[in-house]
Write a protein that binds this ligand. Structure first.
Ligand code: G1P
Length: 281
């Protein structure tokens, strides 16, 4: 088994119902914050963590994602040598630095199932997972790295699965995977996880530490996922599979440095738009 994180998996098969009608014929991952689609932010975050192989789990109606990460010769031809050429610089950079591979999730059976569908692209090595509708950024006044880069650094030290977490208001625990555990010695932001529950009622939640859409997973997760029964919402949950690893003391939860926008909700999407707009001025 290779022990370095070289691949990032993007589960991108979901319907994006909360953004209908915009997502009727456009993948939700292609909705832009300013001029850049959500998934491109995720790919750039992976690149910053020195990950160059992007593995994308798509579904029906998601072909725009493949086209986005490919050269459009017609467009290149049209704007070559004009004042508009710089609009393509960023995406060209991404395309030249990465390889992309795709597989389709045929049935929607939950995030755990989507990740298991990606096994064919990942193989027997540890990998990162980005849920593109959680948009993460480092604070502008900080010279810190992106969330995934921070997590890869931790992986290189501890060699086990890691989830990114943040505190959420107690009444919102039913929107997230919730973890609990003890702080690791010498750390104030890293926990050894011993409990993980998918979207618990606030009264049953073991804490208010919520998983956000960034994971580092060791490849034994695939065998565990194969055995994981449908859980919350009758879906195969990655949180339940990770609990299996947590029982063996093999999951860390990292309270990351940076800011996360929940772009799966309209409120978070608008918040991110305003934030990046202010930043761009
Ligand atoms: C998924 C996970 C959940 C996690 C969340 C982060 O839920 O199942 O554990 O907290 O992503 O965004 P979803 O938002 O897809 O319902």
């Amino acid at each position: 088994m290779r022990n370095k994180i070289t691949k990032c998996l993007f589960p991108a098969a979901g319907y994006g119902t909360r953004f209908l009608p915009a997502t009727k014929a456009t993948p939700k991952e292609m909705l832009p914050i300013l001029t850049k689609p959500l998934i491109q932010y995720g790919v750039e975050e992976a690149l910053e963590a020195e990950i160059h192989t992007m593995a994308i789990v798509t579904g029906r109606g998601k072909r725009a994602i493949e086209d986005h990460f490919d050269i459009s010769y017609e467009l290149e031809h049209q704007i070559k040598g004009t004042s508009k050429e710089h609009y393509l610089t960023e995406i060209r950079d991404v395309i030249t630095q990465c390889t992309f591979s795709y597989t389709r999730q045929i049935e929607m059976k939950g995030l755990g199932h989507a990740i298991l569908s990606g096994e064919t692209l990942i193989g027997d090595e540890p990998f990162a997972v980005v849920l593109a509708d959680d948009l993460c950024t480092h604070l502008p006044d900080e010279h810190s790295s992106g969330v995934l880069a921070q997590m890869v650094e931790l992986y290189n030290l501890y060699k086990c699965s890691i989830v990114a977490i943040e505190e959420v208001p107690e009444h919102k625990t039913d929107k997230y995977g919730i973890v609990a555990g003890d702080l690791m010695e010498g750390h104030d932001d890293l926990y050894r996880v011993d409990q993980m529950v998918e979207k618990p009622d606030p009264k049953d939640a073991p804490s208010n530490l919520a998983i956000i859409g960034r994971y580092i997973l060791t490849p034994d997760i695939f065998d565990i996922l194969r055995e994981t029964k449908a859980g919350k919402g009758q879906e195969i949950q990655i949180t339940d599979a990770l609990m299996e690893q947590a029982r063996q003391g093999k999951v860390l939860a990292y309270r990351f440095k940076g800011r996360r926008f929940d772009c799966g909700s309209v409120d978070g999407f608008v918040e991110a738009t305003n934030y990046f707009y202010e930043l761009s001025k």
